[in-house]
Design a protein around this ligand. Structure first.
Ligand code: BES
Ligand code: ZN
Ligand code: ZN
Length: 484
C-alpha cells in the first residue's frame, strides 16, 4: 500500500474512491457531496462511524472533534472498510487545522497503515489487500495550506513509525514455538544487516560470565536457551544517549508457580517489551535520528521441569543483590534486574527506559488500554506521558511510596521477588526494579508497564485483535523530541 502527497485539490484527483471525513458533524462543508443521501442513510457523523456509497464511490467517516487521535482512528476505520471492497486507488484530503497541520497528516498516515494491519501467518488462505495507492491531497481545509517539504518529511516519519509498530505486532503475534529467544536474536541480527545498527548477542556462556544469574535461573527449565540482545544506533555527535530495556519472555507459563489455564493463554505476548525495543530501534535507524540509542532485550522462556528454578530459591543478581524467590511467575522482574544492570554497565545514558508486560495488577488498576509509568523522579516519567499523549498512546503515572517499599522485605535475602500484600502490585514490581538502578541512573530511569495495551483480544481504535505494538510510537516520539 503506497501513500503519496499531492497539491491537487481532492475533487480533481483521479481515483476509484474518495474518503471524506465529516468533521464535527458539519454536513455543510464543500467536501460533502451527498448531504441528502447521508441524512437519509441515518449517518450521524459519530466518531469512526462509516458510510459507503458504492454508486458514488465515496466513503464517509465521522470525526467528532478534530484532533490527532480522532483522525487516526477514523482513518483506521475507513481503511478497514476498504480492505473488504475492490477499490485500488483511493484519495483523501489532509484535514489540517490551525494549530498543528502536520500532526493531522501524521495521524492520518499512521491510522491508514496501522488500521490496514492483518496478521495472517497462520491462515491457510491469505487475503490480498485491494488497496494499492492512497493519495492525500494537501488542498487547504480551513484556509491553512502546507509546505510540501515539511509534509513529505512528516509523511515519511509517519510511515516509518507505523511500519515499525506493525513489525513489532508481527513478532508479538508469532507463536512461542516459532518465536523463542534465539529467533528474537535472529530478528535483531537481520535488522542490523539491513541497516547501520550494531548488534551484539549474548549466549548462555557470556551470560554466566556477566553473572546474570537471575535471568539464567528463569531460563533454566526451557529447551530454548536465553539470549540478551544489544542493538546500538550510534550517529556522530549525538544530542543525547538513551538506553532502552525490553522484557522478552517468549513464553510465560508461570514456571513452577504455574499459571491457571485461562491465564496462560496469550502469554506469547510476554515478549512485547522486547519486541517493542526491536521496533523502536528499526524506526530510529530508518529516521537516522541524531541521538545515540541502545536497545537491550532479555529473551527468555519461563517453563517448568525437573531443573526449574523454585519458590524458596535465593538468586544472586548481576549487581550482587540477593533475591528470595517466592513466586516463579514474577519472572519478568528477575530478567529485567539483570538486563538493567547490564545496560547500565555497558552505557552511561542520559535516560534509561524499560518496557515490560510486568504485572496483571497494572491491567486491573488502569485497564486494558493504558500503560503504567513509574520511576524515582518526575522528569523521565513526564517525558513519557507527554510523548504518549502526542503519539496516540495512553499512559498514566503510578507513584512509588515508602510504605509499599517495605512489603518487598525478605527475612533471608536482600529482597523478595513478590510483595507481601495483594494490593499495589504494579507499583511494588516497579519498586523491585528500582533496586537494580544504580545511583547514577536513579533520576534518569522510568519503567513502563505495558501489560494492558500490548495485547488485547479485540479491536480498539487503530489497533487490531492481538498485539498492538504498544510503546513503539510513544518512545519513538520521545526520541524524536530529544533529537530536536
Ligand atoms: N507476564 C505476567 C504479567 C501479565 C499478566 C502480563 C497479564 C500481561 C497480562 C507476569 O510475569 C506475571 O505473571 N506477574 C504476576 C506477578 C505476581 C506473581 C506477583 C501477576 O501479575 O500476576
Ligand atoms: Zn509471570
Ligand atoms: Zn511475565
Amino acid at each position: 500500500m503506497h501513500i503519496e502527497l499531492t497539491n491537487t485539490p481532492i475533487d480533481n484527483i483521479k481515483s476509484d474512491l474518495k474518503v471524506i471525513m465529516v468533521i464535527e458533524k458539519d454536513f455543510s462543508h464543500s467536501f460533502i457531496h451527498d448531504k441528502k443521501l447521508l441524512k437519509k442513510s441515518g449517518f450521524k457523523g459519530d466518531q469512526d462511524e462509516t458510510m459507503l456509497f458504492l454508486e458514488h464511490d465515496r466513503l464517509y467517516v465521522g470525526v467528532e472533534k478534530i484532533n490527532s487521535a480522532n483522525i487516526r482512528t477514523a482513518a483506521a476505520s475507513a481503511i478497514r472498510i476498504l480492505l473488504s471492497t475492490h477499490y485500488s486507488y483511493i484519495s483523501i484530503a489532509s484535514y489540517m487545522n490551525s494549530q498543528n497541520c502536520t500532526a493531522m497528516l501524521r495521524a492520518m498516515t499512521e491510522g491508514l497503515i496501522l488500521g490496514a494491519y492483518r496478521f495472517e501467518t497462520y491462515k491457510s488462505k491469505k487475503r490480498i489487500s485491494p488497496v494499492k495507492k492512497i493519495t492525500i491531497s494537501l488542498e487547504e481545509y480551513h484556509g491553512y495550506s502546507l509546505d510540501m517539504d515539511i509534509c513529505t518529511r512528516t509523511l515519511n516519519h509517519a510511515k516509518i513509525v507505523a511500519n515499525a509498530t506493525n513489525f513489532t505486532r508481527d513478532i508479538v503475534n508469532t507463536t512461542p514455538d516459532d518465536c523463542y529467544p534465539s529467533v528474537m536474536a535472529q530478528i535483531a541480527d537481520t535488522l542490523c544487516n539491513e541497516s547501520r545498527l550494531e548488534c551484539t548477542v549474548l549466549k548462555p556462556k557470556e551470560l554466566k560470565k556477566e553473572k546474570m544469574n537471575a535471568l539464567l535461573a528463569v531460563a533454566r527449565a526451557s529447551r530454548h536457551r536465553p539470549r540478551v540482545i544489544h542493538l546500538a544506533h550510534k550517529p556522530e555527535n549525538p544530542k543525547a544517549i538513551v538506553s532502552l530495556v525490553g522484557k522478552g519472555l517468549t513464553y510465560d507459563s508461570g514456571g513452577l508457580s504455574l499459571k491457571p489455564g485461562e491465564y496462560m493463554v496469550t502469554m506469547k505476548s510476554d515478549k512485547s517489551g522486547g519486541a517493542a525495543v526491536l521496533g523502536i530501534m528499526k524506526a530510529i535507524s530508518e529516521m537516522n535520528l541524531p541521538i545515540e540509542v541502545h536497545g537491550f532485550v532479555g529473551a527468555v522462556e519461563n517453563m517448568i521441569g525437573g531443573n526449574a528454578y523454585k519458590p524458596d530459591d535465593v538468586l544472586k543478581a548481576k549487581n550482587g543483590k540477593t533475591i528470595e524467590v517466592r513466586n516463579t511467575d514474577a519472572e519478568g522482574r528477575l530478567v529485567l534486574a539483570d538486563v538493567l544492570a547490564y545496560a547500565q554497565q555497558e552505557v552511561k545514558a542520559d535516560y534509561l527506559f524499560d518496557l515490560a508486560t510486568l504485572t496483571g495488577a497494572c491491567v486491573v488498576g488502569v485497564g486494558n488500554y493504558t500503560s503504567g509509568v513509574m520511576g524515582n523522579s518526575d522528569t523521565p516519567k513526564s517525558l513519557i506521558i507527554e510523548a504518549a499523549q502526542s503519539s496516540g498512546e495512553l499512559a498514566t503515572k503510578l507513584d512509588f511510596n515508602r510504605y509499599l517499599k517495605k512489603t518487598l522485605k525478605s527475612e533471608i535475602a536482600d529482597i523478595c521477588n513478590i510483595s507481601n500484600t495483594r494490593y499495589g502490585g504494579a507499583i511494588t514490581a516497579g519498586m523491585f526494579l528500582s533496586e537494580f538502578i544504580d545511583d547514577d541512573h536513579k533520576d534518569k530511569w522510568a519503567h513502563i508497564d505495558i501489560a494492558g495495551p500490548a495485547f488485547v483480544e479485540h479491536e480498539w481504535g487503530e489497533n487490531p485483535y492481538g498485539a498492538s505494538g504498544a510503546g513503539v510510537r510513544m518512545i519513538v516520539r520521545l526520541l524524536e523530541k530529544l533529537a530536536k
